[in-house]
Design a protein around this ligand. Sequence first.
Ligand code: F6R
Length: 607
Amino acid sequence: MCGIIAYTGHRPAVPVIIQGLKSLEYRGYDSAGLCFCHLERLHLFRAAGKLHFLEQKLEGPQVLHATSGIGHTRWATHGLPNETNAHPHLDVHDNLALVHNGIIENYQQLKAMLIGTGCTFRSQTDTEVMVCLISHALNQHSSIRQALAWSLSQVQGSYAFALISRNHEGKVWAARKASPLILGAGTGENFVASDIPAFLPFTRNVVFLEDGELVEMDAGQWTVYDLSNLEPVSKQIQRIDWDVQSAQKGGYKHFMLKEIFEQPQVLTDCLAGRLDFKKYRVNLSELEGLPVPSRLHIMACGTSYHAGLWGRYVLESLARIPVNVEIASEFRYKELVDEPGALYLSISQSGETADTLAGQRMVRERGLPVLGLCNVVGSSVARESDRVLYTQAGPEISVASTKAMCSQLVMLYILALYWAQSRNVITPRDMMASLGTLESLAFTLDTQLPGMQKRAQEICPHYSKAQSFFFLGRGIYYPLALEGALKLKEISYIHAQGYPAGELKHGPIALIEPEVPTFALALDNFLLDKIGSNLMEVRARKGKIIALTNPGVQLEIDEKWEIPQLGDPLNSFLVLPALQLFAYEMAVYLGKDVDQPRNLAKSVTVE
Ligand code: F6R
């Protein structure tokens, strides 16, 4: 997830681009850059780190004169977050400059092809491959529009990009596929950007670009083309009446809600390039050459720890690899038992959690291998791991982690399928079924989220006076029960405890009374009868019960919350957002500070 902006108009472009990038910084801030054309030369400015480092570099008279240009704020995916890898990227002749948000999945093949034609590369990014491909295409096509159409037909993956040319000052080309891109249509000026706030101070007229569309614009006009035939497409201008503040949250009231609703996109991004439907395999090129472990030890904190517990179920059942999961703050003080063939998996959204980092340092000091599962590229966990799998959740701003866990679960599932295929313990039929469901998961979640939010809004007021909640689950839903309880605690300040449903009768059931409701994860699987009996025990003590379940399930409960049956473990990808929305709506109903709950910090870098 990166932020891009392009401007062409009557104002000095550089301040407009910088202002736009400031409002896009929430999409990443590993590096920033901009480029403009002046007197038939491209002028490039880039800096590692936050935007103010770029601002410090902007000098020279041409900075004041340019009236068009492109800008980028980066969330690193390919290549370290340094200046060389910062966007914009130029082609070998310094004729074209491009900013990009997304992932070019086949960039290695394209790079090899371009190297064969004599092209050289300056960065490790997939984006530079794209700009060089367009430059290469210009040898065979008479216009940039045609060169773009051909190049994009060669590219697999996701992109939103903007391009300028040394020979066409004042012109901008932009296109999208599976990454956001919006056109801002001003008077005597036009914009494209990853998000509306980037140009909202200048125009409220927007055009939502669709996948497979290309826009060509200058200060006075813009035209959208269908990339498949380069015919113009008629588009509607829509008027935005949000203020800048709410626009940064994409119109959502809180970042947490926005991030919950971003989970379908997170699934799409995490799965990009991973599912091979021709060979019915999953791709994890990051792990090539790494032996399949005989045992996996997972260490993590908080929500990431819950993801690890969930991962144990899929890794053991699919890949048949024994797994231990440890809270990192405990693990770091353990006596490690040497075990040949074991691998240590460190899970962290931020990659900077002190306990997780200390745990993995201890492991590496003993010469044992660590695999990082991490969201922030170049973070300490990533740098200090032998191998890294990046989750593609984009920056998570809300203190309560939501979309990061979704990305961790899907990557753990892919990891389990990958090792299952390496060990030959999954049948082609089961692999086909898993890939098929994974492919449609993002769409299913996207269609379900609005209804889920409505259901959470209906239920929460009836339980808002509760002093304490139980969250119960069995099997793979037990870690999600823990996560449901954590989310409720941290943002609504209602005490909550996650429990394996079968354990309730061994003590905690003493707490059940009408004011202590139970939220049960009673999905329709082989454990349904068991959890049904546990709920009868709760009911017998006059406990109120909300049950998240699948259609057709009969339970004696107070509130039934149905989600479609996706089977195990994929139901989890609907259960998780339901729990997040329940906590969110409860906190909103109780008037709590959802995005910045008391006493908490986003990244816990102290012990
Ligand atoms: C809960 C939450 C925390 C983090 C924990 C680990 O909503 O955000 O429990 O999950 O502090 O953080 P990372 O994953 O960055 O290591």
